[in-house]
Design a protein. Sequence first.
Length: 151
Amino acid sequence: MRSTIGKKGTALAVVALAATAVAGGALAAIAAHTTATTTTTAIKATETNYHIALSRVNAPVGIIKFTVHNSSKTTHRFGIHNTSGFSKSVAGTIPPGATRTLTVTLKKGAYTVFCAIHASQGMKTVLKIGTTTGTTTTTHTTTTGTTTAWG
């Protein structure tokens, strides 16, 4: 004679084990799901003959997006560098009347914003990173994670 309790107990144990596995998988999927927020600071740069004007001269550490407009009748080349070896610039030159963008990630410190063609003629200014006076930022939220199909 077979015991029905043994079969029921085994079936119950299998169901409990399966439920634990599903719950564990769901917890793992939740743990793998992360949300990262990055802040981009927008700075407008206007290039005129031998002068660069920035919409702000202080910005927080992080991603900086320059929108550079050449308001002069002379071609310019917009760049940014610091004394620690960081250096980035727009690709090519910016013709009169044109607008280009340059996005960089900056650490705390002072950076020289310049025209590579006319820097020797004084076409440069300083941007300080790590000070937040007059901060205007745009926040982008990026969500990443793992999707698991059950069944």
